[in-house]
Write a protein that binds this ligand. Structure first.
Ligand code: PMP
Length: 445
């Protein structure tokens, strides 16, 4: 493949954009390909190379790069009619009504402009309504570029994971291992009166994928209720991706107090949202005292795109299609791994998938399961699926990033360059795309 144009563009970008990109994950090595346009399930780069796209904008593009016609005409209509006003519009109300009708935890929403802004606002709301400062997060979980959750370490020794964040922020954050009920109960025994909320992705999608073991999300629900803390599900990735229109909370049957959204809910445009019980969400200003505001929040073009996205999914077999192809891909890769790389694991559910370049050690696992192990239906290879961020971190990241990812790209398959970030299937993908991708996996592995 020729990449001369991308190289030249990257050279220009490096002079005027920090690291040549506007989101650090995009700076793939040795240089990123620059996209010229999308076409269905494919992207075409500046040199005319074509790739089957499983990055899908890191999750928002449920329909790939060809949004259904009602989405496109709604976007054009609202762009031509404004595009925004600093005054409310009907489409914000319609979109909120739709989300509240379908997502179990949501009675009321506040739309914002990114997943980060959603989790920042949800944490502020939880602290504001409980009058407590501490939040519990999962090791390896990701909630965007925000001060309270960019931490590393464990209970008692959390510290900021990047320069630029005062360590006093981390004093209020308690990271715990995912799927470890005992630790979270101990943390609540010690700090229960100071904990405003547990904030977790229902499935860790940025470090894995790591599935919840049966009973874990229920345990979080119980322990937060027992101590008067809130449970916040970060469904920025899983929202309208896992469990269809009910989201992951519907699939797992656990209803949080607050839910954060992003990605799909904006139909491909910048978005975030905090939803939950009305008595909580109405504590945001102006109804309540917890300050929240945003120039672009509830942007009509975004609201129209998001609303038409979800309406189309309600009226067509969108989730049936993406979930079926997701399953076809996971089981195809599982077969290939058995043959060619039995030390690796396929993870994912619905239309999410990843190949983790490690395997939960079987000896270790046999010990851990001596008294029986919690099972989880959603993980295709439960016995060897990673259970925590630490399990996943044993993966051969270099091999993924420097060899496998590059090899797949050269074969025209665009995966997430980071070993730990989820990949997705869209409504535009076809059986042929999956078959072609499986052939590429065979060759690359
Ligand atoms: N939460 C989760 C679970 C995410 O995966 C992400 C981003 N991938 C965010 C929050 C932050 O969203 P954004 O990048 O839109 O700020």
């Amino acid at each position: 493949m020729n990449h001369d144009e991308s190289r030249a563009l990257y050279d220009r970008a490096l002079s005027v954009l920090a690291g040549g990109v506007n989101s650090s994950v995009r700076a793939t090595q040795p240089y990123p390909f620059f996209v010229e346009r999308g076409d269905g399930a494919h992207v075409i780069d500046a040199d005319g190379n074509r790739y089957v796209d499983y990055v899908l904008g890191y999750g928002p593009l449920l329909y790939g790069h060809d949004a259904p016609e009602p989405v496109q005409s709604a976007v054009q209509k609202h762009a031509a009619a404004g595009p925004m006003y600093g005054a409310p519009t009907e489409i914000e109300v319609e979109h909120a009504e739709f989300v509240a009708r379908h997502v179990p935890s949501v009675e009321m929403l506040r739309f914002v402009n990114s997943g980060t802004e959603a989790t920042v606002s949800a944490v502020r709301l939880a602290r504001g309504v409980t009058g407590r400062d501490k939040i519990v997060v999962m090791q390896g979980g990701y909630h965007g570029a925000q001060e309270s959750t960019l931490v590393e370490g464990g209970p008692g020794n959390a510290k900021p994971s990047t320069p630029g964040i005062p360590s006093s922020f981390a004093e209020h954050t308690i990271p715990v291992p995912f799927n470890d009920e005992e630790t979270v109960r101990e943390v609540f025994e010690e700090h229960g009166e100071d904990i405003a909320a547990v904030l977790t992705e229902p499935i860790l999608a940025n470090t894995g994928i790591v599935h919840p073991v049966d009973g874990y999300l229920e345990a979080l629900r119980d322990v937060t209720e027992e101590h008067g803390a809130l449970l916040i599900f970060d469904e920025v990735i899983t929202g309208f991706r896992v469990g269809g229109l009910q989201c992951a909370q519907g699939k797992f049957g656990v209803t949080p107090d607050l839910t954060t959204f992003g990605k799909i809910i904006g139909g491909g445009f910048p978005v975030g949202a905090v939803g939950g019980k009305a008595e909580l969400v109405e504590q945001f200003t102006p109804g309540g005292d917890v300050f929240q505001s945003g120039t672009f929040s509830g942007h009509p073009v975004t609201m129209a795109a998001g609303h038409e996205y979800l309406k189309y999914a309600a009226e067509n077999d969108v989730y049936g299609h993406v979930d079926r192809l997701g399953e076809k891909l996971r089981s195809g890769i599982t077969d290939i791994l058995e043959d060619q790389a039995p030390e690796y694991t396929v993870v994912g559910t619905d239309s999410m998938f990843k190949t983790v370049f490690t395997r939960h050690g079987t000896a270790e696992r046999a010990d851990a399961c001596a008294d029986g192990c919690a099972q989880v239906e959603s993980c295709p290879n439960y016995d060897v699926c990673p259970k925590t961020g630490a399990d996943v971190s044993k993966a051969e990241t270099d091999r993924w990033e420097r060899v496998f990812w590059q090899e797949m790209k050269d074969q025209g398959v665009f995966l997430t360059a980071n070993q730990f970030e989820s990949q997705f299937v869209s409504y535009a993908h076809t059986d042929e795309d999956i078959e072609e991708t499986l052939e590429a996996y065979k060759r690359a592995l």
